[in-house]
Design a protein around this ligand. Structure first.
Ligand SMILES: Cc1cc2nc3c(=O)[nH]c(=O)nc-3n(C[C@H](O)[C@H](O)[C@H](O)COP(=O)(O)OP(=O)(O)OC[C@H]3O[C@@H](n4cnc5c(N)ncnc54)[C@H](O)[C@@H]3O)c2cc1C
Length: 445
């Protein structure tokens, strides 16, 4: 039998030959770089990873690093996603300027051996060389990071220990008599495993804020994803109509939206105006001695530079953006402020955070057998595990659910900086650092 590392190299050679070769292979089935399996052919898996965004890519790479402990044997790691297209960074944020430096994306692609093998086998130029050609200590358009995700996905999908299954995981049921999970797919099939990792991502919060809902005003909502993509945003407004867009929030995303709208107002949409509703002062990430203050919550990169130059209380009055943006301070007087200022608006963009996508139905069959019951869970942001709610919340006494893990933006690490500030660590490199730290505990028999 061919050693698996050699088989991987051969498959990688197919998978990384470039688009023309890849599409030829796809059409000729047998050696397709993406091997999608029907779930019926997956009776038992060494692990199931749900989601193929940056979080899922990170987890697959790190689980493969521990192949021996995973006791893969003849069993594969089953990787599930409806698209296998790099998650939201590719589907939604390609035009967004990154808030992390290029070198962190490059580092990400070299951190585990399966990624390194993919990088090595990929003919140049490729998505990684494109990143390497950029200034390393600056940000970049996220399309570069998205292309790297696509390259890694394509390579991982042909790893001999990985079976990709195109579809959604709809349920996962733990049998406490055996500690085996039965994972159900949207095509009605299932696979059994002792380990399942949820990397299912998050989406913008779209529910209208209560203070705004009360006003019953008919404003056209602009999806945050749309507002983050200048090319799509430009198509949203009539270039000759008087348009006033309410932007709610002061996060990184809110500032990017303001940047995009100001660009439109000063080019193709001269009648566009913006009312910016904020209850927080702008907060910036600060580079300290070996660490970053507000690393996950402060403004960084292009958004920070632009905000400093144009939006800060000191710079705003003299900035050209003050001709198109009206600042509306809402702290302590939300209802009053919205009541006074929203009526002049035609559209609204809410940039008020991201929330976990809905999870597969999680259930448990108890030690005495019987019907499956819903699992009520909390996530432990320090070790990537889940524990049952209702029991003790004291860490050593927590009832951890065997074999269930989470990572990525929906399940980030909780970190405490040297000043004692607590944040949730989100980003490619942060997912990598966290998953690398916790996976040895996940794979312990
Ligand atoms: C505006 C913005 C800018 C950002 N900029 C940066 C940056 O500059 N640098 C950086 O490092 N990070 C950045 N991030 C953070 C982070 O890297 C991205 O949000 C990233 O997309 C998160 O990856 P993920 O895999 O956790 O989630 P997602 O990208 O959302 O991927 C989740 C995947 O899971 C799949 N899925 C969901 N449910 C199921 C199911 N039931 N069955 C099967 N599959 C399922 C989805 O189809 C999707 O493919 C940014 C985030 C935002 C919002």
């Amino acid at each position: 039998m061919m050693p698996s590392s050699q088989a991987f190299k051969i498959r990688l050679a197919y998978a990384t030959r470039g688009l023309t070769a890849a599409s030829h292979l796809l059409h000729h089935g047998k050696h397709s770089p993406y091997r999608f399996y029907s779930a019926a052919s997956l009776p038992s898996a060494s692990a199931v990873v749900v989601g193929a965004g940056p979080g899922g890519i990170t987890v697959v790479g790190n689980l493969l690093e521990h192949g021996a402990e995973l006791q893969t044997g003849q069993r594969k790691l089953v990787w599930v996603d409806p698209h296998f297209q790099g998650g939201r960074v590719n589907s939604r944020y390609r035009e967004v300027p990154s808030n992390t430096k290029v070198n962190l994306f490059v580092q990400f692609a070299h951190e585990v051996s399966s990624f390194k093998a993919i990088v090595k086998a990929s003919p140049k130029p490729n998505a990684l060389t494109a990143l390497q050609d950029l200034p390393q200590d600056q940000g970049c358009r996220l399309s570069y990071a998205a292309d790297m995700c696509l390259m890694l996905t394509k390579g991982l999908a042909v790893h001999p220990q990985v079976q990709s299954h195109q579809g959604e995981v709809t349920s996962a049921t733990l049998d406490e008599r055996t500690n085996i999970w039965t994972v159900g797919f949207d095509d009605g099939q299932h696979v059994t495993t002792s380990k399942i990792a949820l990397c299912t991502g998050s989406s913008p919060v779209s529910k209208t804020l209560p203070a705004i809902e009360k006003l019953h005003q008919s404003l056209a909502p602009v999806d945050l994803d749309v507002a983050l993509s200048p090319s799509i945003l430009a198509e949203t407004f009539d270039p000759v109509a008087n348009t006033t867009v309410a932007v709610v929030g002061a996060s990184h995303s809110a500032i990017l939206v303001l940047m995009n709208l100001v660009k439109l107002a000063s080019s193709s949409h001269p009648h566009l105006r913006i009312k910016w509703f904020t209850r927080n002062e702008l907060r910036y990430a600060e580079y300290m001695d070996g660490w970053i203050l507000r690393d996950n919550t402060g403004l960084k990169g292009q958004a920070a530079d632009w905000a400093r130059q144009n939006l800060d209380n000191e710079t705003f009055p003299d900035s050209p953006v003050s001709k198109v943006i009206t600042k509306v301070w809402t702290a302590g007087k939300e209802e009053e402020a919205y009541k006074a200022e929203l009526p002049g608006c035609t559209h609204i963009v809410q940039a008020v955070g991201y929330a976990r996508n809905s999870l597969p139905r999680l259930e448990v069959i108890g030690k005495d057998g019987g019907d499956a019951k819903p699992l009520q869970l909390e996530y432990d942001n320090l070790n990537g595990r889940f524990y049952k709610t209702g029991g003790s919340n004291v860490e050593p006494e927590r009832q951890y659910v065997p074999g269930l893990f989470g990572a990525g933006i929906a399940f980030p690490e909780r970190v405490t900086d040297p000043h004692g500030n607590v944040e949730y660590a989100v980003g490619f490199w942060k997912f990598m650092k966290f998953v690398k730290k916790v996976v040895p505990g996940w794979v312990k028999p």
